[in-house]
Design a protein around this ligand. Structure first.
Ligand code: HEC
Length: 294
């Protein structure tokens, strides 16, 4: 019995929603929730959220999930401040993914705008003035590579007026560019006291002919905002991959289509044409015969 009570408490403890720090709670949106923003928010919602939360006002969210995600038009969502909604979308919870590294701040605010569009009594508070965007231009990310340990070091520095300071505890994501899309290297990491973070780079990643790989580092700093830089380093395995359009292939231009496609296509067209000619001749023959008989 005691165990059951403990378990129940534990369960409800897990199900409890995220605690939002006071300064985040009071944060207002820097962008106006006008029709365009709400429309963008709707598109972002339909791509990322509808699978769990359903269509707002329809209460068609995933009811089998625990805790239940809920309908954004309902009180459970609407009683949050804008800052709380923004924060909760960013950090996610046990079930919901953390969206702050998937969606930009602007996209997350647009989501808040979309959620608010289902609340008739909502009035948007005064916009938050953003200094962040002006400052963000002065963030510097330095990417270097240690051959021995096969590690990528990224150092983040910010410049406020004439002072350069290491950005401590900022989140950094590292990607390697691939043929189609990006490959994330390790997980999101936080910079140390010197503003540096180390990523172990895979030893067997194919690069281009000489082993070049393009790296993209993205920083998400509270004060400086989001900045990304890219750098090409010779850290991959040299791979002599023919260009996608060098050889005959299905995805290539007409002139470089595979021979078998050209052949089957041509033969097909010829067969259909000869059938047509045969049919026309037959019709002419029928006419001639019927004339004779008359
Ligand atoms: C994998 C399923 C899933 C996805 C995808 C998902 N959520 Fe959630 N969401 C949940 C669950 C479960 C909860 C928790 C409800 C609770 O704790 O009561 C939740 C809670 C929330 C809350 C907090 C509501 C409250 O009670 O204060 C917000 C806001 C939210 N989601 C917004 C979004 C937005 C916006 C997206 C898309 C960017 C999204 N969610 C995507 C499952 C999901």
């Amino acid at each position: 019995m005691v165990l059951l009570v403990v378990m129940l408490c534990f369960q409800s403890g897990i199900a409890q929603t995220v605690v939002v720090p006071a300064d985040k709670k009071a944060k207002a949106s820097p962008l106006l929730f006008n029709d365009a923003a709400v429309k963008d928010g709707e598109n972002i919602y339909n791509k990322n959220c509808v699978s769990c939360h359903g269509n707002p006002t329809k209460a068609n969210y995933q009811k089998s999930m625990s805790p239940i995600p809920g309908d954004p038009a309902e009180e459970k969502f609407q009683k949050n401040s804008d800052g709380e909604l923004f924060y909760k979308i960013g950090v996610g919870n046990a079930v919901m993914p953390m969206f702050k590294n998937i969606l930009s701040e602007e996209e997350r605010w647009k989501l808040v705008g979309y959620i608010r569009s289902f609340n008739k009594s909502y009035k948007q508070p005064p916009l938050e003035v953003v200094v962040v965007n002006l400052l963000s231009k002065t963030v510097k990310l330095a990417i270097s590579y240690n051959e021995k340990s096969h590690q990528i070091a990224i150092t983040a520095k910010g410049k406020i007026k004439n002072d350069t300071v290491p950005l401590k505890g900022s989140e950094i994501v590292l990607y390697a560019k691939r043929y189609f899309g990006r490959l994330q290297i390790e997980t999101v990491k936080q910079t140390n006291q010197q503003g540096t973070v180390l990523f172990a780079f895979p030893k067997d990643l194919p690069g281009d002919k000489v082993g070049n790989i393009e790296l993209i580092a993205k920083i998400n700093d509270e004060l400086f905002g989001e900045v990304s830089v890219s750098k090409t380093l010779k850290i991959g395995i040299p791979t002599d991959k023919p260009s996608l359009t060098e050889k005959r292939a299905i995805w290539n231009v007409n002139a470089k289509a595979p021979i078998w496609i050209l052949l089957t296509y041509t033969i097909g067209v010829l067969v259909v044409l000869s059938f047509l000619i045969y049919i026309i001749f037959s019709i002419i023959k029928i006419k001639k015969v019927s004339k004779k008989n008359n």
